[in-house]
Design a protein around this ligand. Sequence first.
Ligand SMILES: NC(=O)C1=CN([C@@H]2O[C@H](COP(=O)(O)OP(=O)(O)OC[C@H]3O[C@@H](n4cnc5c(N)ncnc54)[C@H](OP(=O)(O)O)[C@@H]3O)[C@@H](O)[C@H]2O)C=CC1
Ligand SMILES: CC(C)(CO)C(=O)C(=O)O
Length: 344
Amino acid sequence: MRIAVMGAGSIGTIVGAYLSAHGLDVELITRNQAHVDALNQFGARITGAIQWTVPVRALTPEHMLGTYDLVLLLTKQLQNREVLTHLLGYLGPHSIVCSLQNGIPEAEVAAIVGPQRVIGGSIEFGATGTKPGVSCLTTSLEHLRQYAFQIGELNGQMTDRIYVVASILAHVGGTHISQNLVGTKWSKLWLNATFGGLSAALGATFGEVIDDEVVIRSAVFLSHETLKVGHACGVQFAPLFGFDVGSCEIHQMNDVITYRDMFRRVISPGRAVKSSILQDLEKNRPTEIAYINGVVTRLGQEQGIPTPFNNLVVKLVRQAEKTHSLPSFDYLPYFDDLLADASF
Ligand SMILES: NC(=O)C1=CN([C@@H]2O[C@H](COP(=O)(O)OP(=O)(O)OC[C@H]3O[C@@H](n4cnc5c(N)ncnc54)[C@H](OP(=O)(O)O)[C@@H]3O)[C@@H](O)[C@H]2O)C=CC1
Ligand SMILES: CC(C)(CO)C(=O)C(=O)O
């Protein structure tokens, strides 16, 4: 089976390294020439939770040839139209495109490459590209082994191909098949909007987010808003890391303390994680904020559900994008002000 890791950046470098190390026929594709050169010359180097260098085959999109049986889509959603249109020339009738991006891109991916080719999934570990050829695994190895991916068919069926793709991704880490892909993608959206959003809006690691009392309480409200909007849209949130995300709506003030303590426990294996939105701000690039907290604010508006914490995250990240500045804990008072008036 010919496999393409389309978008070999922070996550794709690690995925490509594991698949290459297991002898699979895999190509790591990125437009980033310096990264391609370093990967081919020195191998894919993983740092952080594991120190490992693996010989890989890397190329830029212009050098793609033939058809791929499986494409792991790991570019950012911002580039989907361009990337998927290019990809069309390298897909056969039975090629599978597995969209592993954050947010809920599957409808757009299916519209371009054809719904019959698409399966979806979520990534449940973190990575930070540090320099060409190198990616830091920011989640513990133990977590990766247990919870790396959830994947599923758009219609939830247990097909032969979903087992095949799951067995391939299992070379990277724990891979679970979901029969509720919408719920799986929304549970990941919950993680991104809550902890990824705060990491981006305050320039912080997940460890810094859970350690601060104002920030962790803000996380409980961000979580509440995302769940309320999701539930109003008919979403049944799937378990994430074996944790029942969907039950964390706030119903009484005591719940804030209960969920604060619960979130600290659930998030602690990812203390070193820096959200991919923050990584893009640090690289002075546009972020996926519109596809993450932006989804919650947009659908919240449609459903008549106020989302002040998500609105603030979007505003701070947008401001950082526009002014080419990096957010910091200096923005904490904005969250403190919201907490003073927070309702549920
Ligand atoms: N990083 C993380 O911890 C996590 C990320 N995710 C999700 O996974 C996906 C990938 O994220 P991440 O690895 O952080 O992203 P990166 O930006 O690190 O990697 C994307 C790669 O795709 C390349 N690329 C961009 N445009 C094109 C193009 N047109 N053709 C070919 N290659 C292209 C980029 O090159 P260049 O460097 O030039 O931009 C880069 O090498 C995102 O949807 C993200 O939300 C999910 C879980 C965790
Ligand atoms: C690291 C993680 C898992 C959570 O925010 C992520 O998905 C991201 O930052 O893109």
